[in-house]
Design a protein around this ligand. Sequence first.
Ligand code: AMP
Ligand code: ZN
Length: 511
Amino acid sequence: MQLSLYNSLTRTTERFQAIDEAGQTVTFYACGPTVYDYAHIGNFRAFLNADVLRRTLESIGYTVNQVMNITDVGHMTEDNLADGGGEDKMQVAANRLTEAKKAGTLPEDSEIDPNDPYAVASFYADAFLEDGEMLGMRIVEDAKQSMDCMPRPTAYIEQMIALIGQLIENTHAYVATDGVVYFDVMSYPEYGKLSGNTLDSLRSGEGGRVDMETQSIKKHPADFMLWKPDAKHLMRWASPWGEGYPGWHLECSAMACALLGDVIDIHSGGEDNIFPHHECEIAQSCCATGNTSFAHYWFHTRFLLVDGGKMSKSKGNFFTLRSLIEKGATPAAVRLELIKTHYRSNANFTMQGLKDAQRQIERWHRLKRWLEQHREHAIDARGPLSQAKDKFMEAMCDDLNVAGAIGALSEAVSAYAVEQEPTVTGEGGTLQDELDALHAMDEVLGVLNLQHEASTTTLAVETIEAMLEERITARDNKDWSRADDIRDELLEMGIEIKDGPEGTSWTRVVQ
Ligand code: AMP
Ligand code: ZN
């Protein structure tokens, strides 16, 4: 089967063709998390869609050589400006953890020294790997064999320095009067091809904000930082341009090249990575290697919205996998909820959607158990699931039409009455074939092997109190539907609340 895939670089849906002459191996670089905090479910939407793409390729016979970085350096809070700015994100995390340590709210088992940026990064990297495993990311499985596929930029500083040297030699980079090494965007006519920006629009600030501080010393306002000498920076290394740190776009070019080659098949990320991050990666890689292409296919996932809006801590709609599990969600349902909307549309996360996903997974599990019980029962050669499998794969190969694929699977699931003994009989096949077809489809969706039963530990008092607080705020704002949702969510988790003249009280109910 052939995969059609939308390519953000050409803005068309193309027939996927691997670089590998034998057409068997695919090189795939996925931009990973910056480990200065827990990854949120929006981040996971981007990572899980990359995982679904990988699984689809594997299901149609490719071997996927995937790399996902775990960024532990180089990101600044203002890094959508061409040269960074603001604070180092690791410094922000260190400050936050220092405060948490003082307040005694760090997780009990963490021995973390907030002044050690490597320890801060490791703390959140471990949390990311735990979450990624719970959500069934294959790259995290690979990483159990060797962490080479999940590299950290702090281990690739040497390669980044070599890359800068090459760019200077090829006259695509220069040292400005402030000692900072910049990429010279005017030296690369293709700059802007991915994002649709032009050098003129970038000069006027249309394509993004312009850093006023460095504007006068750069050849073009869009020139971006490759190395910044800064002897006081939290994380710094010796280089020919002084002690300092690399620009954040550099890491992905250096690690993709070191681990996958100068030109790769697929590169993925969230939509906000298109500019400046991926635009700059292409410029760096192509100008260093002299190739006309860095990645053949660019795969970008649109943003996840929550209740139709941006996820934000102040709105109380900011979720991590951990926070959802505390509210009684299961990793299987979170995964399904995050992959079920087409990756090129915004997805809207709701608690109701999560509950529907949970119900759907329970149906699949019921059928799976039933098929296992009756696996030897003879049926006609191709039962409903075996037939659905073809439609399922066709939908997946149509630019990852997950909704269409799930539709085909659900229709086949409905053909079975799992409360009864099998009634269909025939020749040429058994229910084992149906079970195999179910598993084959799940190789792509990746939900059936994940935890699908809510944790049996009782809800922590702090969580209940926090949800009650949230309900009070919702009521104060006359957001009755949110207040009702919170009441329902609590009830589902075994907590009944009563409003009275003294305020709100709660009791645990036996479920
Ligand atoms: P970061 O850890 O900030 O570097 O982000 C990791 C990945 O998550 C990047 O590929 C982002 O593009 C992506 N991302 C961030 N927020 C969202 C969101 N709300 N929905 C989907 N992807 C996102
Ligand atoms: Zn990247």
